[in-house]
Design a protein around this ligand. Sequence first.
Ligand SMILES: [Zn+2]
Length: 839
Amino acid sequence: MISALLGISLISFAQPDYFYPAAKQINKNIPTPEEFLGYPIGTHHTRYDKIIEYFKALDKASDRFVVEEIGSTIGHRVQVVAKITSLANHGRLDEIRKKNLEGATDIPLVIQLGYNVHGNEPSSSEAAMITAYYLAASEDEETIKWLNELVILLDPVYNPDGRDRHTHWANMHKGSPFVADAVDREHNEAWPGGRTNHYWFDLNRDWFLGVHPESRNRMKFFHHWRPYVMTDHHEMGTNSSFYFDPGKYTSNNPVVPAYLYDVVHPKFAEYFAQGLNSVGSLYFTKEAYDKLYPGYGSSYVNFYGGIGILFEQASSRGHLQETTTIPLTFAFTIRNQFKASLATVRASVGEKVMLRKLRKDFFSSALSQAKASPIKAYVFGESKDATRTNAFINLLLMHQIEVYETGQTVTTAGNTFEKGKSYIVPTEQTNYIMVRSAFEKDITYRDSTFYDASTWSLVHAFNMPYAEVKGSFTKGNQVKETPVRTLSPVTKSNYAYLIDITDYNAHKAIYALQTKDVIVRTGFKPFSSLVNGVEKSFPHGSLVIPVQQQRINADELFEAIRSTSAMAGVEIYSVETGLNAKGVDLGSGSIRTVKEAKVLMPIGVGVSGYEAGEVWHLLDQRIGMPISKVDLLNFSRVNLSEYNVLVMVGGNYPADKPTTEKIKSWVQSGGTLITLKSANEWVIKQGLVKEKLIPIDTIKNPKRVDFELAGDTEGAKQIGGAIFQVDLDITNPIGFGYTDRKVSVYRNGRTFLQPSKTAYNTIAQYTPTPLIGGYIHKTDIKRVANSAAVLYSPEGQGRVIMFADNPNFRGTWYGTNKMFLNALFFGSLISLPNNFGEE
Ligand SMILES: [Zn+2]
């Protein structure tokens, strides 16, 4: 404790000596963080709003400093970036920006410093304040040179909502004196912690997926400026030291030219080492962290000819925490992050020539790669699902990928891409490296241990019909904005309205209609109806809304139909007869009423926060539907009969009798339980279903392996994330709205389900050779092949719908969201023929 107290008193009285002892001249008119906040940096966690106020104070006090607001978070926190450069550069900042985008080299170099994407890794944002202060206040010759030669974009907090969750936690549990004991509540946040954003998503995976406003605002800013350098400051385990790049050699992304990894990273590392050596801090490089996935803050810029840099500081997680050596102070962690920040600035000026070469070579290499590729373009589009197609285009445009309308109908390998309903992405374009990342499923990797996903092909996440074009092609107009769907106006009907549910927004429409008191029915058999005198086919699952047998009158119904069509962007058709041209008629017993789903999801310790967050986000943001999130601690108090759907995402659930019996009897009396990933192991072990797991058997006589190889050997057995093909029964309600039985799914877990003994109950099954892209260990591929992907298990009056995988992965799997939503909306309607008429 003595050493810790000494440390604190030292920084309380002499912050300049602790953080920047070498500074010679300081402008006294610039407020220090300590003066502004009223406490020394490192003795308290600074609230987000105070960080922003401080930045605005620097903007006022310094002519080097301009704060720009770039948007706001889900929690209504304003996101800012400080633009820091000399007064002269500020005078022509927009000119510099434009010239930078054109590739000019006779202008200051643009770099970006970024902090705190994981909210509970707080040292970096405190360091951001000191860095900002230093750049605003230092009059030293070196600082003046930096400001003349650089435009520094400084984003103090990448994840403001998560940052504040953790900040409040650390401050509210802070003791005086500080409590270093690792088991103290200050060092152990309650579920779900501050790492993630409002919806419990990891924003340090979202740079590629752009699901959240935080990332979208930031990416827009990124492409507005295109910095050469981007940093991403993190924290890791308390007993670790400090990490900077280069990362693990075998985990470099193979589509990015190797010059970045082989030359630029090692050169920058010399500067980081020097910065940390100056305060005697320990560090490591090369042993960990991958550069494969384009969605990290430390990798996104690599796909645009820059260098992304990852920093990881051992976390004090709180103000002071014991380690295997001396207790780690918050101030110490902040100082290392600050040293790394200044080292980045110093390296950017020192290695300007190398950075210019990196960018120039990157884009020329991209073009020669594109010219050499046998693939000349990708054509894509789901003509019956404009919402999904447009969301995909939106993502491509976000990455500044050039997209065109197809100039003529393209037919390849049995697929037809109609002119007017499909799009084309030529490979010969500036951002070819990003085109590869979005479309290729099998980028070769050199390692089998993955920190995260081993493939991220967006075209598969969207289950988007696409084809590689190897010959010549004709492109139409360039798509500059996300296409907006034009809907034919709905005419008033005296008989019924029909909706084809192929569109992604169909469930949004169902829920909106139900909240307007409209009774919605769904067709278990397909039919064709006359719409405006033309025969139109309605596949399985199409919605039927009769005008009679409604609780509201025909005018109110028409208003509900009209407004829902406009809000959800789905076509709604009027028909004047129930007698169909083909298939069943509108009064058929196969047209069944959709019950309004009342959904509950148990959450809390043991439950995957990511998977729960993905369900919450999907229902909130895409469907506009509430979901009750109930902490397992309160589960015993909940009256389950008020809900008809229960979602259990992956996790370790309590196996006590009261919890198990409560869920079991609720299912028996008619509830629909949806289980994802490891929650299937729970329902099987607790005897809620009769289905079985495929065992992960241990090898009887294992080969002897050296201790040192254990990490890599065991790592290679995990499924970091790969894409597989399943065959989906599209006549089952879970398959409603799918046009093709072959669907891509994302697997990143090791729950393997045996196909059901009942012929109809394996709703989706892995194909015999299911791997589409990514890495999987050879023993696991045998378990995946022909296993069940989605199972239906009737139990009493209710049922369990089991998803082996996560259909909502990272808010991006538009292609499998529909199966999950079908389970939620239509699950209770599934019944085998002997139950017909018992609904
Ligand atoms: Zn982190």
